[in-house]
Write a protein that binds this ligand. Structure first.
Ligand SMILES: N[C@@H](CCC(=O)N[C@@H](CS)C(=O)NCC(=O)O)C(=O)O
Length: 339
């Protein structure tokens, strides 16, 4: 009996090792293929969208570029896969992409059962509501009986149910798979309310026929920590994506920018020297070159620069740093030390 149990346990752990060995190849696979496959949004201005020439841009897109810059020294070696909310997790699970950078909320279920591992939070968000101004609604608590447009396969759909239940309000959900269909359903009057992450509302509002005819209500009903994710069981690759994120934050903390990174190579500050691989080689510990951070910052700038360029107050989205400010400025963004 005991022997049987031992064999069963051993068998299981050997099977487990085999699975890990099979999936723990991403960095080598990416290097051999000579490009990074990055799953992004189908089109969310500020986070991932295509310009007229078909080039991708946005905060999430810059995370794909940053990882490519760290691995290859070349941010252009990315193949983008636009994915709907429903498509994104199977794409990662089935090895169609190497990483997912698609306004995806880090939840326990996704981080455990779904087989993903989140490498960090590149945008602290929360869910909100948008309504037509002529409805004369000032608070989400006035929405009882409303028809609400929401996208399937999202945390949005689940939080919506929680919020109305908690506040003893009724609603009629209109659940649609594609966000552009959600937006047009709302814009054409099929729904009274549109709900999604606050960042997504700001983007959707700009896409409406007349942005001034819509108001975003003050309530934020959930925590939506958005961040890049990789497959579970590949610590080596997880470390690459995670430390690229922390390098972007450390660069901002230390004032290393796209414009001054070359000059900063001469800096006497030991933290800057470590970050830029001047006296020590932290790149080696994650399987990339010694100057990985120099390549990353040259390609996309530091976290603050990525934020301001894509979604900041001088962009159409006009988003304040808020919770996404550095911890030294009252926000939540905190780069783990490189040492
Ligand atoms: N953060 C939420 C929502 C993410 C999400 O898919 N949001 C929608 C609304 S902004 C979106 O990006 N849709 C674009 C698409 O499906 O292509 C989640 O991870 O479930």
């Amino acid at each position: 009996m005991k022997l049987k149990l031992l064999t069963a346990v051993l068998g299981l752990s050997i099977a487990g090792l085999a699975v890990n060995a099979a999936s723990a190849q991403t960095l080598q696979t990416v290097k051999d293929r000579d490009n990074l496959r990055c799953g992004v949004n189908t089109g969310l201005p500020g986070f991932a969208s295509q310009d007229d020439q078909g080039g991708w841009q946005g905060l999430d897109v810059d995370y794909c570029k940053a990882v490519a810059a760290a691995v290859f020294g070349d941010a252009s070696k990315v193949q983008y896969s636009p994915l709907s909310a429903v498509q994104r997790f199977p794409a990662l699970q089935n090895n169609e992409i190497d990483m997912l950078a698609r306004n995806t909320t880090w939840t326990m279920d996704r981080d455990t059962t779904l087989g993903l591992t989140f490498a960090g939070v590149n945008y602290y968000d929360g869910q909100g509501f948008m309504v037509k101004s002529d409805l004369n609604v000032n608070s989400a608590l006035e929405l009882s009986g409303a028809t609400v447009c929401v996208q399937s396969g999202t945390t949005t759909e689940l939080n919506l149910a929680d919020y109305f239940r908690t506040n003893n309000m009724d609603y009629n959900p209109v659940v649609i798979e594609s966000q552009s269909d959600v937006n047009s359903a709302y814009d054409s009057g099929r729904c009274d309310v549109l709900t999604t992450d606050a960042s997504g509302l700001a983007a959707s509002r700009l896409e409406m026929g007349n942005a001034d005819e819509h108001v975003i209500l003050p309530e934020i009903i959930s925590k939506e920590p958005l961040g890049p994710a990789v497959r579970q069981g590949d610590t080596e690759w997880f470390n690459v994506v995670k430390w690229v994120h922390y390098a972007l934050l450390n660069a901002e903390e230390l004032g290393v920018t796209q414009a001054n990174v070359e000059e900063m190579l001469e800096s006497e500050n030991p933290e800057i020297r470590r970050l830029l691989g001047q006296d020590s080689n932290f790149g080696e510990s994650i399987g990339v070159s010694q100057d990985w951070v120099v390549n990353v910052i040259k390609a996309v700038g530091n976290y603050g620069e990525i934020f301001e360029r894509n979604i900041g107050v001088n962009t159409p989205l006009q988003i304040q740093r808020g919770q996404n400010a550095l911890w030294t400025k009252g926000g939540l963004q905190y780069g783990m030390p490189i040492r």
